[in-house]
Design a protein around this ligand. Structure first.
Ligand SMILES: Nc1ncnc2c1ncn2[C@@H]1O[C@H](COP(=O)(O)OP(=O)(O)OP(=O)(O)O)[C@@H](O)[C@H]1O
Length: 269
């Protein structure tokens, strides 16, 4: 492959990505859980400073697996992962936290027997002195948590737990935040709040990668997104471009909303 054709291919895989050195670069990852079974076949992603990048795609496409491989939780079998130009392939999660990467899992993401305050302390267990410095800035992003610091996390609703998990991940002041389906299991209103909160965190200077089932909402808030299918990159581009791309609509977003509207118009509703 000539350097020119390689550049063309890269531009296609990362359509719409800014130029310059990426903050995070996953290049051609092959990864999986069980020996001999690759879930990610050849998967790439770049995140530039200040970006909010989405990962969408059908069930089982490997979205969460890609996110976990960025945080050292799934074995990368080939390909490379770099953070600010330094290789971090298969680096352990605790080392990644020290380098400024935060991760919010989709489920089991709080310590239920600990209070909100203690959960936030766990976020900086490697650097406990940071707690006093960071806690008020983080509570500013989640004022609801400030009023309930002594409440046990196990007694909170799904949406409130999600807030605690995000707040805990923000305690060490990460430069990259990896979010696995922050809207999962929430009511539509709470989902909207989760998306707006994600955007606010991004605007506060944290670069974000978000995996989402709610593809339309994710595309509305993301600068760019990757559509995965069967463990590999299917499409990519700015969120709004993907939302109006007929192929993406047909295969991944569904046409139900448009169909319902058309049917209602036909029936004079
Ligand atoms: N811990 C695990 N051990 C073995 N296989 C797993 C494990 N976790 C996920 N997989 C497999 O990896 C594949 C991709 O799963 P993944 O959770 O990454 O998909 P996804 O795109 O996030 O799907 P969804 O939108 O349904 O959450 C699936 O076939 C799944 O069965």
């Amino acid at each position: 492959m000539t350097p020119e054709s390689q550049t063309a291919t890269l531009a296609e895989v990362h359509r719409g990505a800014p130029s310059g050195e990426p903050l995070l670069f996953a290049d051609d990852l092959v990864a999986g859980y069980l020996p001999g079974v690759n879930i990610l076949q050849s998967c790439s992603l770049v995140l530039h400073p200040g970006e909010l990048v989405g990962i969408i795609g059908p069930n089982g496409a490997g979205k969460s697996t890609l996110l976990k491989s960025l945080f050292g939780l799934v074995n990368i079998r080939s390909g490379t992962l770099t953070l600010k130009g330094e290789e971090i392939t298969n680096m352990r999660a605790d080392a990644l936290v020290r380098r400024g990467v935060g991760f919010v899992p989709q489920t089991n993401n709080v310590f239920p027997s600990l209070t909100i305050e203690e959960n936030l302390q766990m976020g900086v267990f490697q650097t406990p002195k940071q707690y006093a410095e960071r806690v008020e800035a983080v509570i500013d992003l989640f004022p609801e948590l400030g009023k309930r610091r002594k409440q046990r996390a196990g007694a909170l609703s799904g949406g409130e737990r999600q807030m605690v998990a995000m707040a805990r991940a923000l305690m060490p002041e990460p430069s990259v935040l990896l979010l696995d389906e922050p809207s999962a299991g929430l009511s539509p209103v709470r989902q909207d709040e989760a998306f707006l909160r994600t955007r606010r965190i991004n605007k506060a200077g944290v670069s974000v990668v978000i995996v989402e089932q709610n593809a339309r909402r994710a595309l509305q808030i993301c600068d760019r997104a990757y559509v995965l299918d069967q463990g590999t990159n299917a499409y990519s581009g700015p969120g709004r471009d993907l939302m109006s791309d007929p192929k993406v609509i047909e295969l991944y977003l569904g046409t139900l909303a448009a169909d319902v509207e058309a049917a209602e118009e036909d029936h004079g509703a």
